[in-house]
Design a protein around this ligand. Structure first.
Ligand code: AMP
Length: 217
């Protein structure tokens, strides 16, 4: 099974492009942010432990994240009809990347590319201020750039950590903890210019996935 890691700051369009790969290529999407928010919503012990960390914009401890990923990866990898998985928001630290490296070895997975979504702090703030999430299915929309369909309107919510202040803080955390992963994965980086339209980036994603699948192995 092929893996693609999506790396980029809040608002860079990772979730939107992951949705595209799900609908176009039947990929599976593992978003640690979505999984953590589901834990918070369910009121589980883990959810209670991580809620304040997420709301503040800090990173949840690696141990918790790695356990979540292990569970999901072993579930998803059983489904042989799925050609690939997109990791959205994982790994976010060097320790998470090293844990993923060993999972890849032990589960015979193929890490195809680290897709780097480049976005400035200013653009991250602009994008996040208009972000809306459909609370039924976590689909992400933007008031101006990607409006939600009418039937979703009653279900649209704004995330607790999407205020300008929190976005600034999350951007700092991203630069400090997550940006160093670019060096770790330097041989498989595929860069996306986030100033392009969603449709143009869809096209780039098509090219990437088709060329990687054509390469096989
Ligand atoms: P996201 O939806 O990817 O923006 O994630 C929302 C929040 O969940 C982050 O600000 C972190 O608090 C937490 N989180 C998500 N993924 C991770 C991860 N891989 N490592 C640590 N914390 C994470």
């Amino acid at each position: 099974m092929d893996l693609f890691i999506f790396l980029g700051p809040a608002g860079s369009g990772k979730g939107t492009q992951a949705q595209y790969l799900i609908s176009s290529f039947n990929f599976s999407h593992i978003s640690t942010g979505d999984l953590l928010r589901a834990e918070v919503k369910s009121g589980s012990e883990m959810g209670k432990n991580v809620q304040s960390i997420i709301t503040k914009g800090d990173l949840v401890p690696d141990k918790i994240i790695i356990a979540i990923i292990k569970g999901h990866l072993s579930e998803v990898s059983k489904d042989t009809s799925i050609p690939g998985i997109v990791f959205d928001g994982f790994p976010r630290t060097i320790d998470q990347a090293m844990a993923l490296d060993s999972l890849i070895k032990s589960m015979s997975l193929n890490l195809k590319a680290l897709v780097q979504f480049d976005l400035s702090l200013e653009d991250s703030i602009i994008r996040i201020s208009g972000r809306q999430v459909d609370s039924r299915n976590n689909k992400v929309y933007h008031k101006v750039f990607n409006p939600a369909p009418k039937d979703a309107h009653p279900y649209l919510v704004q995330r607790d950590d999407d205020s300008e202040e929190k976005v600034r803080y999350r951007f700092e955390v991203f630069q400090k903890e997550t940006a160093p992963l670019i060096l770790h994965y330097r041989s498989i980086i595929y860069q996306i210019d986030c100033s392009k339209s969603i449709a143009d980036i869809h096209e780039q994603m098509d090219q990437l996935v088709q060329s990687e699948i054509a390469l096989g192995g």
